[in-house]
Each structure stands twice: as structure tokens, then as C-alpha cells.
Ligand binder design. Structure first.
Ligand code: HEC
Length: 161
């Protein structure tokens, strides 16, 4: 009896290692999990849960240069919202996206990291510091005009002390 017990302990110990490795492989990055939750609460209403939007009304976030391109531009876009004619993947839209400045720097960083890495996009993450630098640089809270925003790039730097 004793021998059997020892053997089964050894076996369960051995099985435990691959089990932990399996779990850690499955565990999603917590930032992406948070980003997905924020996306479903605040963005999916218009862009839809699958990020594919609605033809003529809400543009798709799949394979979009606006999503995976310059970070400074997408941060400005979600903070202040946007209106005016915009072309996404060959389709033209002229509608209004509402501002999302009520979300914290960390929440915006998470949702933007999520959209930049989901929906056939493969871009680097956005940090809360980057969001806070862009937020601090915005002088008005009017909606951006798409054609003007298309020209705005980069994360502003804090003036050196
Ligand atoms: C009220 C509806 C609405 C909500 C909510 C909304 N958007 Fe938008 N979004 C739009 C519309 C409409 C446009 C195009 C605006 C235009 O025509 O100039 C747009 C454009 C965009 C674009 C650029 C075009 C593209 O498809 O790549 C991105 C990126 C984007 N939205 C991301 C987001 C993210 C991220 C959220 C959530 C934090 C969000 N949007 C919430 C309606 C919305």
C-alpha cells in the first residue's frame, strides 16, 4: 500500500509540472483581457463585437492603417472623437465617433493595445504614459476632423525641465 502511495505521489508530482506549463500557456495577457472587456463595453456598440463595423455607418477595425499605424493618431482619435469623411479599406464613411476621454489612461492603453493586436492587426502595445502625454497636449475637446487628424502623428514629449 505504502509503495503504491509513494508512486502515485511521484506521478501526480510529475503531472503537475506540465499542467502548470499548460495553464500558463493558456493564460491571456491581463492587459488584453482588460482591453477586450473595455472594447465590448464602449466600442462594440458601433464597431461590433467582431470589430468589423457596419457598412456605410461604422468602419471596420480589421487590417486598418488607423488602428495599426501611428499610435499618437489613434490615441488622439479615441480621446476626442472624430467626424468628417474618412476612407477605411477602400470604403468611405462620414459619420461621428464620440469622444472617450472619460476612460483612464490605463483603460485607454488596454483597449488600444487590444485593438492593435486583435482583428488581423499586429502592432505594438500602447502604454498609459503615452496616453497621458497625448491627453496633456490636447488643447480643445472638440471632435477631430478626419482629414486633419490624418496629418497628426506621434506622441508629444514633455518639455525638458
Ligand atoms: C458612437 C459610435 C462609436 C463608438 C462608441 C466608437 N467608435 Fe470608433 N468610429 C466611429 C465612426 C463613425 C468612425 C468614423 C468617423 C468618421 O466618419 O470620420 C470611427 C472611427 C474609428 C477608427 C478609425 C477608422 C478605422 O476603422 O480604423 C478607429 C481606430 C476607431 N474608431 C476606434 C474606436 C475604439 C477603440 C472605440 C472604443 C474606445 C471606438 N472607436 C468607439 C464610431 C464609433
Amino acid at each position: 500500500m505504502k509503495t503504491t502511495g509513494r508512486i502515485s505521489n511521484v506521478w501526480s508530482g510529475l503531472l503537475f509540472v506540465p499542467f502548470v506549463l499548460f495553464l500558463s500557456g493558456c493564460a491571456k495577457d491581463p492587459v488584453l483581457v482588460q482591453g477586450e472587456t473595455i472594447f465590448m463595453s464602449y466600442c462594440a456598440t458601433c464597431h461590433q463585437k467582431d470589430g468589423k463595423g457596419i457598412p456605410t455607418a461604422f468602419p471596420s477595425l480589421h487590417n486598418s492603417e488607423w488602428v495599426s499605424g501611428d499610435k499618437g493618431r489613434i490615441i488622439r482619435l479615441v480621446l476626442r472623437g472624430m467626424q468628417g469623411s474618412i476612407e477605411v479599406n477602400g470604403e468611405t464613411f462620414n459619420n461621428v465617433m464620440t469622444p472617450h476621454s472619460f476612460l483612464s489612461d490605463a483603460q485607454l492603453a488596454a483597449v488600444l493595445t487590444f485593438v492593435r493586436q486583435e482583428f488581423e492587426n499586429d502592432a505594438d502595445s500602447v502604454s498609459a504614459v503615452e496616453v497621458s502625454l497625448v491627453r496633456a497636449s490636447l488643447v480643445s475637446d472638440e471632435l477631430f476632423i478626419a482629414s486633419e487628424l490624418a496629418e497628426l502623428f506621434g506622441i508629444p514629449q514633455l518639455p525638458s525641465q
